[in-house]
Design a protein around this ligand. Sequence first.
Ligand SMILES: *Cc1c(COP(=O)(O)O)cnc(C)c1O
Length: 368
Amino acid sequence: MIKTMEFKLDTRLWSTKARNLTPYVPGEQPKHDNLCKLNTNENPFPPSPKVAEAIAEALVNQADQLRLYPAPESDELRQALAEAYGLNLNQVFVGNGSDEVLALVFASFFMKERPLLAPDISYSFYPVYAETFGVDLIKIPLSSDFSIETDDYRQPCSGIIIANPNAPTGILMSLEAIDKLTGEHPNAVVVIDEAYIDFADKEAVSAISLIDKHDNLLVTQTFSKSRSLAGLRVGMAFGDPSLIEALTRMKNSFNSYPLDRLAQAGALASVKDVSYFKDTCCKVIELREQLVKDLSELEFEVLPSQANFVFARPTQGNASEIAQDLREQGIIVRYFNQPRINDYLRITIGTAEQNQRLIEALKQIASV
Ligand SMILES: *Cc1c(COP(=O)(O)O)cnc(C)c1O
């Protein structure tokens, strides 16, 4: 029996900073059986079997090495990423999940006089980091169709951060728009958070292809979604060596060994298993297209998603109540009680069986 001590919160010993924080609230991770968890955009498929093999190898045959600190700059992993994306080693940075990479990005590039610009509807961690690091954040409204209008960003700033595809809308901004935006802000760091880019249609190209053209462009990605490794905590950033150097210095002023030996071994194996990665992304994309069809038939208005989730508005019934009804049936989706999006549900693409279970549940809810 694990006990939690009863206590009355006393913030007397806290710093002003700690007292004033409003932490990010992650999607819940409930622990009961037969739950259909479609709320945090995890991949429904397991990681490459090579990942487990590599971690087992590191654990069993090189157990003694766990005595030793891991490679501080994760050189082997970064080298593999550089090769996979056609970059140089010093254009690649890795961290303990892209959330940590983003924290270092805020500390390295946005703690300045000028404000940071971000879409009003986007990854809800950005405003949290802005507060943590004392960064003035100006939220630029998305257009009425939830797309990003680059002209709205023509104002003095320290940087711009955009998730592409955006979360929670799933809408993709074109490479041309990113190229233009980055070119218009030569003195600001433009960060494109590509947590979901691997689920975009084949014609879509990562903004990594623009790194050699713009020394102020930083692209972040993660192993959590497309590589099914949310539990391993590995994220990365790609950009000009000077930007990477700033991140490295910031990391070494905070935690010099963010990736443990097992994470480095597992992530490396994942990068090397290209065919498994591509197959999994294709499967998720196919399942998304099917789910969009099924939801549309149920009178949901679904935004055009290029991610592993859909953002859908029920035209019959109320989104918050539907989320509650689904929960009662063991299906969890994400609902944001926020202006402009409070009549939408964000639904992670599950396996064919999970998606089917969702559709059946929605039919049943509609018929009551
Ligand atoms: C999931 C997500 C992240 C964080 O990924 P981790 O690598 O798991 O920390 C970052 N940005 C966006 C937009 C995400 O959806």
